[in-house]
Design a protein around this ligand. Structure first.
Ligand SMILES: CC(C)(COP(=O)(O)OP(=O)(O)OC[C@H]1O[C@@H](n2cnc3c(N)ncnc32)[C@H](O)[C@@H]1OP(=O)(O)O)[C@@H](O)C(=O)NCCC(=O)NCCS
Length: 164
């Protein structure tokens, strides 16, 4: 069973510990983060991770176009999910997910997708969009299994799912 947790400061440090122990910086950091790719969790990358999640917190004073949650599986933090405005299109939300290696291959992506569809509908979105690297077989298979229609665009794999 999965839960989606708001990323407060306590959850943020636990999530970072999972990322450092069990995922690559490039899997857990947004592509636009400074020095997002590379095999080692340097201090600047850890700080970029904290800044990214803090910047995605929902606040009535400062609404943001992107929200993140920690994903907990059977009570243990396993990774993080995100929903973001994409292409300035209020009808679309980009969904993203990374899991620690030890949590992959257990169907968590499908459970998170079910939640993401519900959350996106509460935001009046009509479709979900997801991007993946064309050579990432697990991400491709997870998106196909959830029901995304996949196409190659500018060297990336882009999935689109019309919400029911
Ligand atoms: C992509 C990711 C989120 C998938 O989540 P998951 O919960 O592990 O996915 P699932 O357990 O539902 O597995 C999905 C499918 O991929 C398959 N799969 C898993 N690892 C695979 C691999 N290395 N090669 C090929 N297929 C693989 C599974 O067998 C399953 O297929 P099936 O339904 O036919 O059995 C997870 O692997 C991950 O966090 N990867 C690193 C970050 C990332 O790439 N995010 C993707 C952005 S879209």
């Amino acid at each position: 069973m999965i839960d989606l947790l708001p990323v407060d400061d306590d959850v943020l440090e636990r999530l970072l510990a999972v990322a450092v122990a069990d995922a690559l910086p490039g899997e857990a950091l947004p592509a636009e983060a400074p020095a997002a790719t590379g095999p080692v969790w340097t201090e600047p990358r850890k700080e970029a991770f904290r800044a990214y999640h803090r910047g995605c917190r929902v606040s009535l004073e400062a609404p943001v176009p992107e929200v993140t949650w920690a994903v907990a599986a059977d009570g243990r933090i396993a990774g993080a999910a995100r929903l973001a405005l994409v292409d300035d299109d209020p009808a679309a939300r980009e969904v993203g997910l990374w899991l620690g290696r030890s949590h992959r291959g257990r169907g968590i992506a499908g459970e998170v997708a079910y939640w993401a569809m519900a959350a996106a509908r509460t935001m009046d979105a009509r479709r979900l969009v997801a991007g993946a690297s064309p050579d990432d077989a697990a991400a491709r298979r997870a998106l196909e299994r959830i029901g995304f229609e996949l196409e190659h665009r500018d060297g990336a794999l882009v999935g689109t799912l019309t919400l029911p």
